[in-house]
Design a protein around this ligand. Structure first.
Ligand code: ZN
Ligand code: ZN
Ligand code: FE
Length: 756
């Protein structure tokens, strides 16, 4: 007597070995029927005794494959079809249906074992992969996830690979990128007009790296520029050729033991490094650790470290005794290169040789960057290994597109309770970056079957993403929702925590720059916010920013302007020429080209310059990052901001720092005290506002909260004050997380409007 069940499962269930696992479960429980991928998920038809069906379904829910994530699981009783076997059927597309797809997955242990097994037919094959690892997002052109819809379509499987691909119990069953040395992609090395293939390419690449050369390496989501991280000359050459004087480089090390020679690692950091996402993890350098050239990460007390995440990287690191600098393979302010031809042209003046392959990269994906704070991830850049895995939203949203910010751009497509945050697009200043943004949006809309009915954008009229949204709204006749920058930051923090939005929270939003509703630049904000709206309850006192955004490159000018505006003498140590000083005084007196800003990021810049830590910058956030690096976290003491009608005035803080600097208090102590001062400001202001507003939760967002020294000082104080703090764990606190908040706010307003 047979019963039957039809089971519909949605979530990340394709490209992760889900159907073979269902097949094995069906065998275990002696059931008949079939399983197939649809463009909405996976459908199972199972027949057998009802007790076996119940046990089968319990197992399906209890222990899915490691990389799978089940979102919904629906089973109905249906009529038996009289099946005599259990089969894996061909995929059926469902028009308009949506299916999350897996991010790229780092080389798994099983494949790594085969990679170094001389008896294996994929011994030392740089593209070995299986259902648990390998490229996904970067090679997928459309759903359902089947080989013809990937960039592997061009490679015809050999008989041996096809047999594995078709054997339900093989660990490469329906592994779409399955390949071997006979039928799959190949590597080669190009240098000085000559070309070497296979093992010879690898050996020559390693030899050149050892000799100090710079290599362009085509990887999973794009090119890296690589060099020996222990060679000061090689690192200096890379910096000079790439015109990247100071921004820290990430380093790829062979294994955790190597990482430990340079850095401290805790359990969470180790498991993050070894996770399938395999991000760059920012680790604390060991005082007693092995030295690296200062040029790898100038002025830093941390080092960005990653492990080899593709077989090609693994083979390369295995052939070398040294860690490699692995930095993005791009020209200044351009997106990373993905194509061989593009890389030859763009990186020809930087790289001495090119390690190339012929597996096309459909979508560019940069390495992700994570920090571990209090035992959990704090994302700084959410890209490879994470995107396009969707975030669960606390409520249903209409299909919409949120275009994000100008810097560190990501966009967000929302549909129902999914938010598809894009990979890192980067700064939208170059034409290539803007083209990559538009292509990325189109790709995501097709991939996830989202036809936006609303467009959300930042209020800044000059953001390229804002212009994209307004142009598109006109073209496609779509409604636009403008979202205030800091409101979006706070909403992003709430959304990732699954906050219902039923009650407002205090939002502390500290960042560099964001367009305020009054047309001035905000960035040191205390908001009472929910998804619907916000009130600006308090903020830093606006101070003049000489030369506007250009001042960001010259923190000493900000420092001088802030001193003058606060009635303090400009310290002689600032590298300000008499001419500059005169112009500055004039600008301030006349209020010419000196927009006012309440930005906390700029206050960090000013203090960094005042203390002589960083007076000129070459990358975003440099002055603040170096100030954190110099700060003694144990330093005692703080200076109080003054509450004024124009906002919280940092004048007493700056005066106190300067006075203590004069009497010889060490800079690390002063930098620590400045952090203490900001933490106390947060807590004092929040305690007052929370009492008055009757709220208890505080969301901390904005780029300043990438600073874990500040977070570590702030959280215990908030807790002592009886407040609950929400910090970022899924999307970055910087502008890379902004689109999520824009999506939530626009979606909320749309719901309210359409209900009314
Ligand atoms: Zn594998
Ligand atoms: Zn093959
Ligand atoms: Fe921001």
């Amino acid at each position: 007597m047979s019963d039957a069940r039809r089971i519909e499962i949605t979530g990340v269930v394709q490209g992760v070995g889900f159907r073979p696992w269902v097949y094995r479960m069906a065998m275990t429980h002696d059931l008949r029927g079939w399983v197939r991928n649809t463009s909405a998920g996976v459908t199972i038809h199972a027949e057998g005794p009802s007790a076996a069906l119940a046990a089968f379904m319990a197992d399906l829910r209890a222990a899915p494959p490691p990389q799978a994530h089940i979102h919904t699981f629906d089973a109905h009783v249906v009529a038996p079809e009289g099946a005599t076997t259990f089969e894996i059927l061909h995929s059926t597309p469902i028009p308009g249906a949506m299916q999350p797809i897996s991010p790229d997955l780092a080389l798994c242990d099983d494949c790594r074992r085969e990679l170094y097994d001389p008896a294996d037919r994929r011994y030392r094959y740089p593209f070995i992969n299986c259902t648990q690892c390998g490229p996904r997002f970067t090679i997928i052109q459309d759903i359902p996830y089947d080989r013809p819809q990937t960039t592997m379509a061009a490679f015809d499987m050999c008989a041996a690979c096809a047999a594995e691909y078709q054997a339900p119990l093989d660990r490469r069953f329906h592994a779409q990128p399955v390949a071997c040395p006979v039928c799959g992609p190949q590597i080669w090395l190009e240098a000085g007009g000559a070309s070497l293939a296979g093992e010879a390419a690898l050996a020559a690449a390693a030899e050149r790296l050892r000799a100090g050369a710079i290599l362009a390496v085509r990887g999973l989501g794009g090119f890296h520029l690589a060099c020996d991280a222990t060679s000061a000359e090689a690192v200096a050459r890379l910096r000079a050729r790439k015109a990247r004087p100071a921004k820290p480089f990430a380093v790829m090390v062979r294994d955790l033991a190597t990482a430990q020679r340079f850095c401290h690692l805790n359990e969470v950091e180790m498991s993050l490094l070894r996770s399938p996402a395999s991000p760059i993890v920012l680790l604390a350098r060991r005082a007693d650790g092995e030295p690296l050239p200062e040029a790898v990460a100038p002025g830093q007390t941390t080092l960005g470290v990653m492990l080899p995440y593709t077989p090609l990287h693994d083979l390369l690191l295995d052939a070398l005794a040294c860690p490699l600098v692995m930095t993005s393979g791009n020209r200044v302010s351009e997106p990373i290169e993905t194509e061989n031809d593009g890389a030859r042209a763009a990186l020809g003046a930087i790289a001495d040789a090119f390690l190339l392959h012929d597996r096309p990269i459909h979508i560019r994906t940069d390495d992700s960057v994570m920090r571990v704070f209090q035992g959990a991830e704090l994302p700084l850049r959410r890209s490879r290994g994470y995107a396009p895995y969707p975030l669960d939203l606390p409520m249903e949203l209409p299909p919409l597109l949120a275009v994000g910010a100008e810097m560190k751009n990501t966009f967000c497509l929302a549909r129902a309770r999914y938010a598809f945050m894009s990979h890192h697009i980067g700064d939208l200043e170059s034409y290539a970056a803007r083209a990559s943004f538009a292509a990325g949006v189109a790709h995501f809309e097709r991939l996830f079957r989202v036809v936006p009915t609303v467009l959300a954008h930042d209020l800044h009229p000059d953001y390229a993403a804002t212009r994209y949204a307004t142009d598109r709204a006109a073209r496609d006749d779509l409604p636009l929702v403008g979202v205030q920058h800091h409101h979006a930051h706070i909403a992003a923090c709430l959304a990732e925590h699954g906050h219902s939005g039923a009650r407002p929270v205090l939002g502390v939003c500290f960042d560099g720059t964001g367009y305020g509703t009054d047309g001035t630049i905000w960035g040191g904000e205390f908001l009472l916010a929910d998804y619907a709206d916000f009130q600006r309850l308090a903020h830093l006192k606006p101070l003049p920013l000489p030369g506007g955004d250009a001042a960001v490159r010259r923190p000493y000018r900000i420092a001088a302007a802030y001193c003058l505006a606060c009635g303090l003498d400009v310290p002689e140590e600032l590298p300000l020429s008499p001419q500059e000083a005169a112009i500055l005084a004039q600008q301030l007196a006349r209020g010419v080209n000196t927009p006012l800003t309440s930005s906390m990021g700029r206050l960090f810049d000013a203090v960094s310059a005042l203390l002589g830590v960083c007076t000129a910058t070459s990358y975003e956030g440099q002055a603040a990052i170096l100030l954190e690096a110099r700060a003694d976290p144990q330093a005692e003491g703080a200076y109080a901001f003054k509450s004024t009608a124009q906002g919280y005035d940092p004048a007493p803080v700056l005066a106190g720092l300067l006075a203590d600097l004069r009497v010889g208090v060490p800079v690390p102590t002063l930098a620590g005290r400045f952090h203490n001062s900001v933490a106390r400001l947060i807590v004092t202001v929040c305690a007052d506002l929370a009492r008055a507003a009757g709220v208890q939760e505080v969301a901390l967002s904005g780029g300043v909260f990438q600073n874990v020294t500040l977070l570590a000082k702030t959280l215990p104080l908030l807790e002592q004050a009886g407040l609950t703090a929400l910090v970022h764990r899924r999307v970055p606190p910087n502008d890379g997380g902004l689109a999520l908040g824009q999506a939530m706010i626009a979606g909320w307003r749309w719901r309210v409007n359409t209900r009314a």
